[in-house]
Design a protein around this ligand. Structure first.
Ligand code: SF4
Length: 300
């Protein structure tokens, strides 16, 4: 029974993150049932980890003739284990928007789309986006058109504007500094999607205080809001990762004001573009060349 639970929960986890759709991982409980595992056993009993009723014999072909749709496909849609299906991530990171925000109409639309196209299922990701986990490939274009009409078709998953930002000083009483305006300014600075795609995978995370709800310490680029004698100040960190290659980011040096931190982020990306070798992500280049060239560009 335990083995079955491990296998099925692992599958559920696998489906929960499109970025990990091809990657297996284990979810292990203790070797005996204990109270805090009750929810998993109950969920298993109720069939929550069972596959939905997938159709078989579906075509895997997708018409990519609309270039905007093709871009979104490449960035926000991932492989599914079931032939004929795909995993869709709806980005809640429009240019200049508040990361993770959606209007009431957008939320209603996403619920309707989940009902119509994903076995009534949608998932909220830790990266402040929404996943429709089981969409027929044949439905993708119609789905994208509805998302596009509602302002929900940003093709920026895992790019620099796909920022995780905590509520910060705008909403959180523990905060030292605001997170949301910094995220908005960075999103606007890198508004050009071609430029973002040129930079490739780049996970930028912002926390408004050391509690780190925005996971700044695990961002390829992290920003931490601190209080400097009553003034909002932002530390920049480089080299963090939340992935299988986990690492903690390192602080570059003295902090910046709100505009200065946006400039510093841009300088860090310039160093990456100048120094990268074929196929290197920002994180790979940072790990190869170290902090010194970035410091020089940012403070020099
Ligand atoms: S990191 Fe700090 S400011 Fe941000 S939500 Fe958490 S406690 Fe609040």
């Amino acid at each position: 029974m335990l083995k079955r639970l491990v296998a099925t929960v692992a599958l559920a986890g696998l489906m929960a993150s499109p970025a990990l759709a091809q990657e297996k991982f284990k979810f292990a409980l203790n070797w005996f049932p204990v109270g805090d595992h009750a929810a998993y056993w109950v969920a298993l009993d109720k069939g929550y980890f069972a596959d939905p009723g997938f159709e078989t014999g579906l075509s895997g072909d997708i018409d990519r003739s609309d270039p905007d749709f093709a871009l979104w496909l490449d960035q926000n849609v991932h492989a599914h284990k079931q032939p004929g299906y795909a995993i869709v991530t709806i980005s809640l990171k429009p240019t200049g928007g508040i990361p993770g925000d959606a209007s009431a109409d957008q939320i209603r639309l996403m619920a309707d789309l989940a009902k119509a196209h994903s076995f009534d299922e949608l998932r909220v990701t830790h990266a402040q986006n929404i996943v429709l986990p089981h969409v027929k490939k044949a439905d993708l274009y119609a789905l994208w058109q509805k998302l596009d009409a509602a302002g929900l078709a940003s093709a920026n998953l895992d790019l620099i504007s796909d920022i995780i930002a905590c509520p910060g000083l705008d909403y959180c009483s523990l905060a030292n500094a605001r997170s949301i305006p910094v995220a908005q300014k960075i999103s606007e600075r890198f508004a050009d999607l071609g430029r973002q795609r040129e930079l490739g995978e780049l996970k930028l995370k912002i926390s408004g205080c050391i509690n780190a709800c925005g996971h700044h310490h695990a961002g390829h680029i992290g920003i931490l809001g601190v209080d400097r004698k009553g003034v909002e100040n932002y530390q920049l960190l480089l080299g963090g990762s939340e992935g299988a290659d986990t690492s903690l980011g390192t602080i570059t040096g003295p902090g910046f004001n709100e505009d200065g931190i946006v400039d510093a982020v841009e300088k860090a990306t310039d160093v990456y573009l100048a120094q990268r070798t074929d196929g290197e992500r920002f994180l790979d280049t940072y790990r190869r060349i170290g902090m010194a060239p970035f410091k020089e560009a940012i403070y020099g």
